[in-house]
Design a protein around this ligand. Structure first.
Ligand SMILES: NC(=O)c1ccc[n+]([C@@H]2O[C@H](COP(=O)([O-])OP(=O)(O)OC[C@H]3O[C@@H](n4cnc5c(N)ncnc54)[C@H](O)[C@@H]3O)[C@@H](O)[C@H]2O)c1
Length: 313
């Protein structure tokens, strides 16, 4: 009997709630937003698909009513604003940090044992902020970014290989940014065979480059950031928690020595189960991958430093 709350009923949040309901991942899904009526309206719209699609999940929408979310097993935090014209990066971090901190503390008041999946951007920094501001144990705070980036990597691999995405394995680690993510081309496979045996080096490099700008490509086409794959990726992480699937998911997790890093939340493969992050898989990276990881971690730390500059931490 799982209860999952999605905070922010915008593009990503509503899509995530829809996947949670359609795939019957929870008995109750609550959507909460600050915009009067939006979460309520989207919840009723989703419930009007229950008969057609054949699910029994109860989807509820509320306007800033945290009491309705009480007893949630998992919160998926998608609330935030995109960068507006003229806004500096620091200002954006300041606004989203304020939103994420307020949201998470309101959630903990009514669901003290919940696990948090952070989606709001800049995601690695918002995950770090959540962990540090709440003092929660590291297993209960998970950022969703690498899950999505890995889906995009598998999509581009399957396209290059003319294969079904289900036949392809691949993961993206490091920070969740165009220049910080690390698609692990060496470890990607098609039906168990290394893709480096099947694609030319140039073709594989193109897959990596396309993956790294995957989000920006969609923003260019849509005029706003994408939502189907981000929403589905959030639901995929939540499913592994509430069903205790112990999937190995590239997720933003707190490192304490793994990958040579400490005091940072960044993408790494993690076993996700009922306790949240149950363990971190410390892959044996080669020298080139290690150097990329170090560079990525340095970039994430630079963004984390803004939290101190703006006194969010
Ligand atoms: N981590 C990832 O992989 C990933 C992928 C896509 C988007 N994102 C990020 O997810 C966030 C949401 O994206 P979106 O496209 O759904 O945006 P959106 O604008 O469609 O939705 C955001 C929603 O949050 C709500 N909101 C704002 N402040 C709130 C508060 N204090 N409490 C509750 N709700 C609040 C807004 O009213 C809005 O409905 C953004 O920060 C975006 O950058 C992350």
């Amino acid at each position: 009997m799982a209860k999952i709350t999605v905070v922010g009923a915008g593009n990503v949040g509503a899509t995530c709630a829809n996947v949670l309901a359609f795939r019957k991942i929870a008995d109750t899904v609550v959507m909460l937003d600050v915009k009067e009526g939006v979460a309520e309206g989207k919840a009723i719209d989703m419930m009007q698909t229950a008969h057609t699609l054949g699910f029994e999940t109860n989807v509820i929408g509320v306007t800033n009513d945290y009491a309705a979310t009480a007893g949630s097993d998992v919160y998926i935090v998608t609330s935030g604003i995109p960068r507006k014209p003229g806004m500096t990066r620091e200002e954006l971090i300041g606004v989203n940090a304020g939103i994420v901190k307020t949201v998470v503390s309101s959630c903990l008041k009514v669901s003290p044992n919940a696990i948090f999946i952070i989606i709001s951007n800049p995601m690695d920094t918002m995950t770090y902020l959540t962990l540090k501001a709440t003092g929660l144990p590291k297993n209960r705070v998970i950022g969703m970014g690498g899950t999505l980036d890995s889906s995009r990597f598998k999509y581009y691999l399957s396209t290059a290989l003319k294969a079904n995405p289900a036949q392809v394995e691949g993961m993206v680690i490091g920070g969740h940014g165009d220049t910080t993510m690390i698609p692990l081309k060496r470890l990607a496979t098609l039906n168990g065979r290394p893709v480096s045996e099947l694609l030319s080096a140039a073709a594989l490099d193109k897959v990596v480059a396309d993956t790294m700008v995957g989000g920006a490509t969609l923003t260019g086409l849509l005029g706003t950031s994408a939502w189907y794959a981000p929403g589905a990726a959030g639901a995929y992480v939540a499913e592994s928690i509430v069903r205790d699937y112990k999937r190995v998911i590239p997720a933003c997790v707190y490192l304490e020595g793994e990958y040579g890093q400490k005091d940072i939340c960044i993408g790494a493969p993690a076993v996700i189960g009922r306790k949240g992050v149950e363990s971190i898989v410390d892959l044996n990276l080669n020298a080139e991958e290690k150097a990329l990881f170090e560079k990525s971690a340095a970039a994430v730390r630079t963004t984390n430093d803004v939290l101190k500059e703006i006194k969010a931490l």
